[in-house]
Structures are given as structure tokens and as C-alpha cells.
Design a binder for this molecule. Structure first.
Ligand SMILES: C[C@@](CO)(OP(=O)(O)O)[C@H](O)COP(=O)(O)OP(=O)(O)OC[C@H]1O[C@@H](n2ccc(N)nc2=O)[C@H](O)[C@@H]1O
Ligand SMILES: Nc1ncnc2c1ncn2[C@@H]1O[C@H](COP(=O)(O)OP(=O)(O)O)[C@@H](O)[C@H]1O
Length: 287
């Protein structure tokens, strides 16, 4: 049975590790990543429209509201594939910083796929939603089901993993917009000095060891972004100095996250970062 209005939460992701194996003939890079969700989320409200149209609105003035919006693209794709003749109005309450390495747009697209499946009573399986998601972006399939997963291929092939032990995650984003395509484009995969290990991170998760998770954090895109934007390197050093247990850049950046086990340490790190970085969040893992 179809309904008239539904809500979906679209959480941000962080990459606990990100390795690039090589560049593929199709231009994408073969990756090994371990991703998990954090409790910082956009909220989507989807209302059925009798007219055959897709309308997007948002309180955020800095994202496209036309066919460039990933939620619009997700709605268009599902309408076409399942021959849906009615329309939808989608309101995006944006909380995730944009072009930040947190997959905000990808998570909105995934939430749109999940939401419209419910709104229109289509009965599409998660597996099929993930396949549709892969047509929209490499991170969209992970965002369909969330949790913690190993992502291979260009990021769309997923193996569910144990969630990390619960902790605080401090996210800090400088006012720099990073283009994922540019960062991958500047990476010379054959010159990577140190590859983080997916197997070791997986072991750390299976052991439920917070210390091991922190010591296995690694991201080969970090060198590229930090070289391009030295302020991000400074931000990372500051977060380490303020006492975060493990610190890494997420995805292609520029957001840097710090994992912190003791709640008593959080205010010092949060306030120390707020001194020079406007966008700082202290959230929990979404486990
Ligand atoms: C780096 C990561 C890590 O999670 O995230 P973000 O920093 O974007 O959050 C992802 O690999 C990003 O995924 P996503 O943002 O969905 O990328 P896509 O839209 O599929 O691709 C954008 C562009 O990035 C490059 N790209 C992306 C994925 C991949 N495995 N190899 C690539 O070379 C391609 O140039 C592509 O044109
Ligand atoms: N719903 C959306 N939310 C955020 N950005 C979007 C959305 N739709 C399209 N975009 C565009 O996608 C690009 C990447 O945004 P985002 O997904 O937030 O970054 P990232 O891939 O680094 O996590 C931005 O240039 C933005 O204009």
C-alpha cells in the first residue's frame, strides 16, 4: 500500500581506511575501503505528487536543486526503471557539510531510493536498490544499507563487517571544497609509499579493539589532499595534539575526524578546534 508522506534519515560516512590498488581502464580506481556511519545526518521529507514531476527544495543555499542534485537523480532513475507516473516533492534538511568527504550527496541519493521504494510501495530489494545506487555514484550502494562494510571494486562491492567499538567522533571541516575527481586524478597509485591494511582493520573490528582500530587508520588520498591544502595537515596535527586517540582525513577530504574513547576528553578537543575551524561536530558512531 502506498502512503502520502515519508521521512528518511541520511547519515554521513567516514572511511576508517582507504587504499587504492590501481587505476582501471574505465578511469575509476580500484579501492579497498572500510566505511562506517556516524550520527550526523541530513533529513529527507518525501511527499507524493499527483503530477508527474520531481521537485527538490532545501534550507541549504549552497547545493543544486535541479537535475544536478543526487536526490533528484535518484528519483528520476527509480521513476524510469519502475515506470512510475506520479511525482514527488523532496525536502532536504542538510546537516552534513557539502563536498567534505562525508558522502552527504550519496547518502541523500540512497535515502531517496529507500524512501521512494516505500512511498510508492514498489517492493524493491536492498540488493536491487544498491545496484541502482551504483549508477549514481560509487559510495551510494554503501549508503543504501549503511552499517560497517568493506568496499572493493570502485567502492560498490560490499562485505558487511563488525561495527567499531562505540566512541566519540569529532569531525572538523575547513572552508575548502574538495573535488573527489581532482584528488583521484592527482594520485599516482604506483608511487604510494604506505598502503593501509584492510585485513588488519578487519581484525581490529573483529577483536572489538578500539586501540587497534586507531592504529590501523589510514587513507592514501590523505597525502594528495594535505599537499594541496596544508591547512588540512595543520588541522590534523592540532587534533592529534589536543589528544584524539586516532585521527584521519575522511575520503577525499577535507574533513578530518578524530576517534575519542573517553567522553571527558571531548570538550577540550572540540573547543580547541573551534578556535580556528567553524565547522566542528562531536557525534557518536551509528552502531
Ligand atoms: C573518495 C570517496 C571514499 O569513500 O568518497 P568521498 O571523498 O567522495 O566522500 C569515494 O571513493 C568517492 O565516491 P563518490 O563520491 O561516490 O564518487 P563518484 O561520484 O563515483 O566519482 C567521482 C569521481 O571520482 C573518481 N573516482 C571515484 C571512485 C573511484 N573508485 N575511483 C575514482 O577514480 C572518478 O574520477 C569519478 O569521476
Ligand atoms: N543532495 C546533495 N547534497 C550535497 N551535495 C550534492 C547533492 N546533490 C549534488 N551535490 C553535489 O555533489 C558534490 C559532492 O558533494 P558531497 O556528496 O557532499 O561530497 P563528498 O562526495 O565529498 O562526500 C557537490 O559538488 C554538490 O554540489
Amino acid at each position: 500500500m502506498s502512503v502520502l508522506k515519508i521521512y528518511e534519515k541520511a547519515p554521513a560516512k567516514i572511511n576508517l581506511m582507504l587504499d587504492v590498488l590501481h587505476k582501471r581502464p574505465d578511469g575509476y580506481h580500484e579501492v579497498e575501503m572500510i566505511m562506517t556511519m556516524v550520527d550526523l545526518a541530513d533529513r529527507l521529507e518525501m511527499s507524493a505528487l499527483p503530477r508527474d514531476t520531481i521537485i527538490i527544495s532545501s534550507q541549504a543555499g549552497y547545493i543544486p536543486l535541479d537535475e544536478k542534485n543526487l536526490a533528484f537523480q535518484a528519483a528520476k532513475l527509480i521513476k524510469e526503471r519502475y515506470d512510475v507516473r506520479s511525482g514527488v516533492y523532496i525536502h532536504l534538511d542538510k546537516k552534513i557539510p557539502v563536498a567534505a568527504g562525508l558522502a552527504g550527496g550519496s547518502s541523500d541519493a540512497a535515502a531517496t531510493l529507500r524512501g521512494l521504494n516505500r512511498l510508492w510501495g514498489l517492493g524493491i530489494s536492498d540488493e536491487e536498490l544498491m545496484k541502482l545506487g551504483a549508477e549514481l555514484g560509487s559510495d551510494v550502494p554503501f549508503c543504501v544499507t549503511g552499517g560497517t562494510a568493506l568496499a572493493t571494486g570502485r567502492g560498490e562491492l560490499l562485505t558487511p563487517l563488525q561495527n567499531p567499538p562505540q566512541c566519540w567522533v569529532i569531525l572538523a571541516k575547513l572552508p575548502i571544497n574538495v573535488s573527489t575527481a581532482e584528488i583521484y586524478g592527482r594520485l599516482r597509485s604506483e608511487e604510494i609509499q604506505k598502503h593501509p591494511s584492510a585485513a588488519k582493520m578487519q581484525e581490529a573490528l573483529e577483536q572489538g579493539s578500539f586501540t587497534a582500530v586507531c592504529s590501523e587508520l589510514g587513507n592514501v588520498l590523505e597525502d594528495v589532499t594535505l599537499q594541496l591544502y596544508p591547512d588540512v595537515a595543520h588541522l590534523k596535527e592540532t587534533m592529534i595534539r589536543l589528544g584524539a586517540d586516532g585521527v584521519l582525513m575522511s575520503g577525499s577530504g577535507p574533513t578530518v575526524f578524530g576517534l575519542v574513547s573517553k567522553e571527558s576528553k571531548v570538550p577540550r578537543i572540540y573547543n580547541g578546534l573551534r578556535g580556528f575551524c567553524k565547522e566542528v561536530y562531536a557525534v557518536r558512531l551509528l552502531t
